[in-house]
Design a protein around this ligand. Sequence first.
Ligand code: AMP
Ligand code: MG
Length: 338
Amino acid sequence: MSRSWTLGIESTAHTLSFGLVDAHGEPTAASSSTVSPDEGGIHPREAADHHKDAAQRLLAQLLEDNSLSPSDLGAVAYSQGPGLGPCLRVGAAIARGISSRLDIPLIGVNHCVAHIEIGRQQCGCTDPILLYVSGGNTQVIAHLDGRYRVLGETLDIGIGNMLDKFARAQGIPFPGGPVIEKLAKEWLAENDGASLEGLELPFAVRGMDLAFSGVMTAAQRLLDHGAELGAVCWSLQEHAFAACVEIAERALAHTGKSELLLGGGVACNNRLRQMCQLMAGEREATSHAPPRMYCIDNGSMIALLGMIELRHGRRTELSHSAVDQYLRTDQTPVTWPV
Ligand code: AMP
Ligand code: MG
């Protein structure tokens, strides 16, 4: 069916991803490429150059994989923020180009809200507390009075950045989170019934907020004093995840909601998923995590939110299509039913 598909472009940070949803909002597998620097962190301009170089190939691949042509696209959505300026601008420029070339509506969407909507769709949640744990973001979010409100968040770095930085200091390349998970699991399997004694780290909760840089420094200090890497990875996960679960539980208690939804790349972690299940089970709530391809940054979630917003009368005029690096989750009015 012609013009029934919405294209979504995700380019907030290290990943460039194109995704599609059909007229019912059903996503297809996205076409993505992620920068992985040989050393050091992500340099925004280098990531933007990667995105520019990869764009044409990824988009052609997506259309080919789904046996579609450009004339099948009815709208184009892109991440308008938050994220790294140079990376966001590449995605926005591609979206503007496609919109004017094909004469189809353009919709700039909020990346954080897109994580929530794909999670709600994939897990069948109605009104969850979202624990959004990604590279740059760590937030506990709830829908209240027409907005997704941030009830608590990191005061310094995102939990994923913390894991990646700690890993990088041990010579583990980006992304370090999955490697930390593997090392922790292997160490625990070899040290059945281990205790955290001697592996204590600061607990990163400040009221409803979190902080991670102190935990990271303390974990490094444990290593400097001779602790095994696997043991420290385990302790780091236990402490950092417990802090997230604690504020998520308090958000459930205070709002009276009964569903917890995980989102963001760190939500791929099995131990975090398990801790959320345990907490939810103890308070007769449910915990949900979308398939991993929708936890990491992906174009499908951008397409889905674009389609929803367009259905509810929103589109982005060229004059309002500039990116916003600091766009907040609660700046976006939620005009669709939750
Ligand atoms: P995002 O920013 O949402 O694209 O997610 C990327 C972040 O997720 C990076 O910081 C990764 O290290 C982290 N990540 C991915 N998989 C895992 C995992 N299994 N455990 C912990 N962190 C992970
Ligand atoms: Mg993200």
